[in-house]
Design a protein. Sequence first.
Length: 70
Amino acid sequence: MRISLLKQCRFERGVLQMVLARRADIAWGRLSAIENGHAEAQPEELQRIAAALQVSVKTLLTGYGSGTGS
């Protein structure tokens, strides 16, 4: 099972999904769907998620710089 880069980044920072959803102003169910590959994030959602995790959008999309080894 492959863990999404978003989920891995969130785990590395010790942030609960519910907390990230609130910080990024995204519905918890929507964030879950994005994390699990059931929905694609809109560009503005990616920007808010990245800001909430204090990473770049590039990190969320490629894993570069996140410590994922990707």
